[in-house]
Write a protein that binds this ligand. Structure first.
Ligand SMILES: *[C@@H]1O[C@H](CO)[C@@H](O)[C@H](O)[C@H]1NC(C)=O
Ligand SMILES: *[C@@H]1O[C@H](CO)[C@@H](O)[C@H](O)[C@H]1NC(C)=O
Ligand SMILES: *[C@@H]1O[C@H](CO)[C@@H](O)[C@H](O)[C@H]1NC(C)=O
Ligand SMILES: [Zn+2]
Length: 307
């Protein structure tokens, strides 16, 4: 009997713990109850495992993989209509079934596009999830794909390579990116959590990069960057960034979390790389230190190294 009571109490406690909502660090307050990134492992134990995302990509430590060839995009140019929604953590657009796929780029077959969402900072400040040589970009786009054979993300997440996310950085530009006019305008209609509005005639191609700029990328195996943090994601992080003006970037900070506070700094901090290798495609650039550059120059020229 005592045992029964004990297990009941334990179950109730566990229920409270798993029931607590997760949140970003910007939402953590004294006396608040949501669990910030440091405690996500209490929301889902997977968040504490060893193949988590995002990571800092140290270009000098990336390994060149010539088989990371260009991707084949299908339906990326197709215009579609969908809802854009403030889901309380981000803005998300669901992509209609059978609209777009990606293959090539050393992916295990064809993956179909499911949804996309973004991660950003505060009023155009640092806000990407992945960082390159310690640099955090103002925003990051995630286009989530799953293997063609699956009919739900839940199923795909049971497969170690079931999900492929394409990650794009943004950079601040002096001019307005007209391709984002409709998208940025829609943000004004979904300021509060749970609000949605229709987005007419958008395409994935319109929101990403030119094909020529999508041949340089990094590849590693990681996880979702929100709880459950499932380690089933083949990550592709593109080297080139999408330009947006400061004003466009700032508009994302006008959205609100469910408590009415500004939706800012919606990124998970970088996670340990552990023993994982980050590969780079043939055209991705390694940022060499000046010392190394000088040394290799002397080697190339057949000169002896200066002391
Ligand atoms: C969009 O919002 C409307 C009104 O609140 C709601 O009825 C509808 O279910 C929502 N649609 C989506 C896709 O969230
Ligand atoms: C890549 O993007 C830049 C602008 O960011 C553009 O000038 C360049 O032409 C693009 N390269 C290719 C190959 O598309
Ligand atoms: C959005 O939420 C705020 C409170 O945070 C409220 O005052 C406002 O009326 C809401 N706006 C809409 C359109 O629901
Ligand atoms: Zn994401």
């Amino acid at each position: 009997m005592q045992r029964l009571v004990l297990s009941f109490v334990l179950a109730a406690l566990l229920n409270i713990c798993t029931g607590a909502d997760w949140c970003y660090q910007s939402q953590v307050t004294c006396g608040g109850h949501c669990k910030g990134p440091v405690f996500w492992n209490q929301v889902n134990t997977e968040c504490g495992k060893s193949r988590q995302s995002p990571i800092n990509i140290v270009t000098r430590k990336t390994v060149l993989d010539e088989t990371l060839t260009p991707f084949r995009f299908n339906g990326y140019h197709t215009a579609f209509s969908s809802y854009i929604k403030n889901n309380g953590h981000s803005v998300q657009v669901n992509i209609p079934d059978n609209l777009a796929t990606v293959s090539g780029g050393k992916l295990e077959g064809t993956y179909k596009a499911v949804q996309f969402h973004l991660h950003w900072g505060n009023n155009g400040g640092p806000g990407s999830e992945h960082t390159i040589d310690g640099e955090q970009y103002p925003m990051e786009l995630h286009i989530v794909h799953m293997k063609e054979k699956y009919s739900s993300l839940t199923d795909a997440l049971k497969d170690r390579t079931g999900v492929a996310v394409l990650g794009f950085f943004y950079e601040e530009s002096s001019s307005t990116n007209r391709r984002y006019d409709d998208f940025v305008q829609a943000l004004g209609k979904i300021q509060n959590t749970s609000m949605n509005t229709t987005l007419n005639s958008i395409s994935l191609e319109r929101l990403t990069l030119s094909p020529g700029n999508m041949t340089s990328y990094y590849r590693y195996e990681g996880s979702l960057t929100t709880p459950g943090c499932t380690e089933s994601v083949v990550w592709t992080v593109f080297e080139h960034a999408i330009p947006l003006s400061r004003t466009q970037l700032k508009t994302f900070s006008s959205l609100r979390f469910h408590d009415g506070k500004p939706m800012v700094d919606t990124f998970r901090p970088i996670q340990p790389r552990n023993n994982r290798v980050v590969y780079r495609s043939g055209t991705a650039v390694v940022v060499a230190s000046v010392g190394l550059l000088v040394a290799s120059l002397f080697v190339t020229l057949g000169l002896s190294r200066p002391n």
